[in-house]
Design a protein around this ligand. Structure first.
Ligand code: GLP
Length: 267
């Protein structure tokens, strides 16, 4: 596992964006880049950087196929807090992606299980995911794989924990009761099948979860810990997120990543 520690949220977002662009630019129409994407506050900085780079013609998303991680059950794609709206408002509307290449689970599907099965098939048909980018919940969840999720789970319906509803209440007028109780989410196994996984982690409130992801054992109560079993996982984080890591861990990763901390050269 690589752990890239940046001084600030802005720098970690920039690092993640440039890393993505370098990958995207290695692909073309013959071999599109298949990208898994998260929602949440954490990836917003990365999305902003990517928009800037796209407008500056340093990257094009014409040959990129995306699959989002999750969506609430029961919200229409027009709903202000749906992950559809989030992705179009904060990212897709500002770049040159082909709408037909965007995939987001439909939380309004009549047959939700069928929707999940079809999503797995669509990922397969696209040739599998090249890079899955994810965020991290304070309780260690990735996508909506709440504590106790099977580490071999696939795309499915998941009931959200009280903690997640509380954490996401900020988007629903502060009321956890307004947060949908269920979501469709890719499984831990779906994420683990990607060629590469990159997890973005920012802030002190994620420090405990990051500790479990990096230093503690693989455990379904902290689904982030599954990345220890992935052959190509990268955590990109800011200093605050490392607050619970051992000094020796932080020192080690800082030392080995020192030559790679500025990856801004695209030429
Ligand atoms: C939600 C999403 C996750 C996201 C997490 C953290 O639960 N389903 O994909 O990683 O929130 O979000 P934030 O980055 O806003 O802290």
């Amino acid at each position: 596992m690589r752990v890239v520690i940046q001084q600030s949220y802005e720098l970690m977002s920039k690092w993640a964006a440039y890393y993505l662009v370098q990958h995207i630019n290695e692909h073309d129409s013959q071999k599109p880049f298949v990208l898994g994407l998260p929602t949440g506050s954490t990836p917003l900085g990365m999305y902003r950087e990517l928009i800037t780079l796209c407008k500056a013609k340093k990257v094009s998303f014409k040959n990129v196929i995306t699959f989002n991680m999750d969506e609430y059950v029961g919200l229409t794609s027009e709903h202000e807090q749906s992950y559809h709206r989030f992705m179009w408002d904060n990212f897709f509307s500002h770049i040159d992606i082909e709408p037909k290449n965007v995939h987001i689970l439909n939380g309004m599907a009549i047959d939700l299980q069928k929707e999940c099965t079809a999503y797995e098939k669509a990922i397969c048909d696209a040739g599998g995911i090249d890079l899955f980018v994810g965020g991290l919940g304070a309780d260690g969840h990735i996508a909506f794989n709440e504590p106790g999720s099977s580490l071999s789970s696939r795309t499915r319906i998941k009931t959200l924990t009280r903690d997640t509803k509380k954490a996401n209440a900020r988007f629903f007028g502060g009321d956890p009761e307004k947060v949908p109780s269920q979501a469709l989410t890719v499984g831990v196994g779906t994420i683990m099948d990607a060629q590469e996984v990159m997890i973005l982690v920012s802030g002190m409130e994620k420090a405990r979860a990051l500790k479990h992801g990096i230093e503690m054992g693989v455990n379904h109560m902290w689904t982030i810990s599954c990345i220890q079993l992935h052959p190509k996982a990268i955590v990109v984080c800011d200093e605050d997120a490392t607050n619970e890591l051992r000094v020796v861990t932080v020192r080690y990763f800082k030392e080995i990543e020192a030559p790679n901390l500025r990856n801004w050269d695209l030429d």
